[in-house]
Design a protein around this ligand. Structure first.
Ligand SMILES: [Zn+2]
Length: 279
């Protein structure tokens, strides 16, 4: 069991929401939110463990949580999608649990309605296409299928920032004094900014994962590049979960194995060289 369940950590923002709930006499509601978020997050983590992923820990946030996962660069797309969907799926069966609890004296219609409201709010909010919410992460995976790794990352975060802006304006117009919304809004904005800063690091990890990969991918990308292009620029065109065949424009016999080129780069054989120099 301890192997299956990862470490669970509560983010300071969630402590803040718990404290606010307690002070304003909404303790029941806060406990419910905690349970709903925990079950949602366990859905992600247990599915990830079933696929053999390395789940470092779960961090609980007021609107979901983050399952911190190692080696994200190597997971197949279908597994990523299933792990992401496994969280919101828990919010689909949780209302049935609340109906069942109505048979007990401690669970009346008030508790039931509050539970349904919180559960549905979490479900809908989490599906917004804003990183790091599940909808935003799913958007990122879909972009990784279509665009090269680095570009997909940037586009997913830019898209998230715009969607967050729209969400912020709507919240401001509808509920200008909802402090919890503003805490969450600020948290997400900071999270997007922090993630943007680590893109170069993640990109290096992606290349390292690609260079140490022993499997051949089903996906094959054929890239035509000018001979004077720097290797780092060529690598920025690489896709996740794909093999790459490179061809230098104007040189018909210039086929290069993309992953082999990354290995050479890390061995120092082609550092800071143009792709033509690696022929
Ligand atoms: Zn989730």
């Amino acid at each position: 069991m301890t192997k299956l369940l990862p470490k669970i950590k509560i983010h300071p923002v969630f402590w803040l929401v718990i404290a606010a709930g307690t002070l304003t006499g909404h303790l029941w509601g806060t406990v419910m939110a905690f349970v709903i978020v925990l079950i949602h997050e366990l859905g992600h983590a247990l599915t990830a463990r079933l696929f053999g992923w390395n789940v470092l820990e779960i961090e609980l946030l007021p609107f979901g949580g983050v399952a911190k996962i190692d080696e994200r660069e190597t997971h197949p797309f279908y597994q990523e999608c299933l792990v992401l969907i496994a969280g919101p799926l828990q919010n689909v069966w949780l209302p049935l649990l609340s109906y069942a609890l109505l048979n007990f004296s401690f669970w009346g219609m008030n508790e039931h309605n509050l539970f349904l409201m919180q559960n549905n709010a979490l479900l809908l909010f989490n599906l917004l296409p804003i990183w790091p919410l599940d909808g935003g992460r799913l958007t990122h995976v879909l972009m990784e299928m279509v665009y090269p790794y680095k570009l997909a990352y940037r586009r997913a975060l830019c898209f998230s920032a715009v969607a967050l802006g729209v969400f912020g304006v709507i919240s401001l117009l509808l509920y200008p004094f909802a402090i919890n919304s503003w805490i969450i809004f600020s948290f997400i904005l900071v999270a997007i900014y922090k993630e943007w800063r680590v893109i170069p690091l993640r990109f290096i990890r992606f290349l390292l994962a690609l260079s140490s990969s022993k499997q051949r991918f089903v996906r094959l990308k054929k890239l035509s590049v000018p001979g004077e292009m720097l290797l780092t620029e060529v690598f920025a065109m690489y896709y996740k979960n794909a093999d790459h065949h490179l061809r230098i424009i104007g040189e018909p016999k210039s086929e290069l194995d993309g992953i082999g080129l990354v290995r050479d780069y890390f061995k120092g054989n082609c550092e800071a060289a143009t792709i033509r120099e690696c022929l």
